[in-house]
Design a protein around this ligand. Structure first.
Ligand code: SF4
Length: 245
């Protein structure tokens, strides 16, 4: 019978085992996410699939994986006209760094804006209406002709995302969420492994970044998305609810 390890040895052994377990789990998840992306990009929907990205705090990871497989994949960025300047700068530098060749800035329809939000302050009266004009309707147009789209959503973001599937379908269009089951720790580890640049606002205390009027910094211990539409019941912009997506 082996002697029981001394407490210090046990602690070191346990720590080593845990680190190894995280490493094995991370590698498995990375391979699974890349395999799913390769499958949908090259086998299931070649030429008919796009990524939708906010170029937010964690976006670089899914974009990096997509670029690794096919940098010509269309990337849809909803240019709401309300982004932080830091996000727009990050969108430029990240796309260049990853070699993404088809990033599409999708703006709201000018006629609809003039009719419904001439002063640019609709968000103060109705965030749902503002998101509708600046995000939901433009995305509906942008996705026309695509059979599937890729998102970077994760279950650990909570609220409506806790039951997120890896592959979903609505009204005949497919939505692929390769990072759905990744933890915050795994995201951070893979960010480091790939040497990905951080969103400038992530370094200033923003755990999630959307439009400037509807985003605030988060404090330690708050949910990842607590700074989005803070103080209201709203947790999603609506692009993942609209039935035609
Ligand atoms: S997040 Fe805010 S500013 Fe951006 S589209 Fe929605 S309501 Fe408008």
């Amino acid at each position: 019978m082996l002697d029981s390890p001394a407490p210090a040895e046990l602690s070191a052994t346990t720590q080593s085992s845990r680190a190894r377990a995280v490493d094995i789990g991370g590698r498995q998840r990375r391979q699974a996410a890349l395999a799913l992306l390769r499958c949908v990009l090259t086998e299931e929907f070649p030429g008919h699939i796009a990524v939708v990205s906010s170029f937010g705090v964690e976006s670089a990871l899914i974009l990096s994986m997509v670029a690794e497989i096919d940098p010509a994949t269309p990337v849809i960025f909803l240019e709401t006209g309300k982004h932080f300047s830091e996000t727009l700068a990050y969108r430029e530098s990240l796309a260049r760094r990853l070699g993404l060749r088809d990033v599409r800035d999708i703006a709201p329809d000018a006629v609809e804006l003039a009719a419904n939000d001439p002063g640019g302050d609709l968000w103060q009266q109705s965030t749902d209406a503002c998101c509708g004009i600046r995000k939901v309707i433009p995305l509906s147009r942008a996705l026309s002709g695509f059979d599937a789209w890729i998102t970077g959503r994760k279950r650990h973001h909570g609220a409506e995302r806790v039951n997120l599937g890896l592959v979903e379908t609505t009204e005949g269009r497919f939505k692929i969420n390769p990072l759905a089951d990744w933890s915050a720790e795994e995201i951070a580890t893979e960010f480091r492994a790939r040497g990905l640049p951080f969103h400038p606002l992530a370094l200033q205390g923003y755990s999630s970044v959307g439009c400037a009027p509807c985003t605030r910094r988060t404090d330690d211990g708050e949910d990842v998305r607590a700074g989005r539409w803070a103080g209201t019941e709203k947790t999603e912009c609506g692009i993942h609810r609209a039935p035609w997506f």
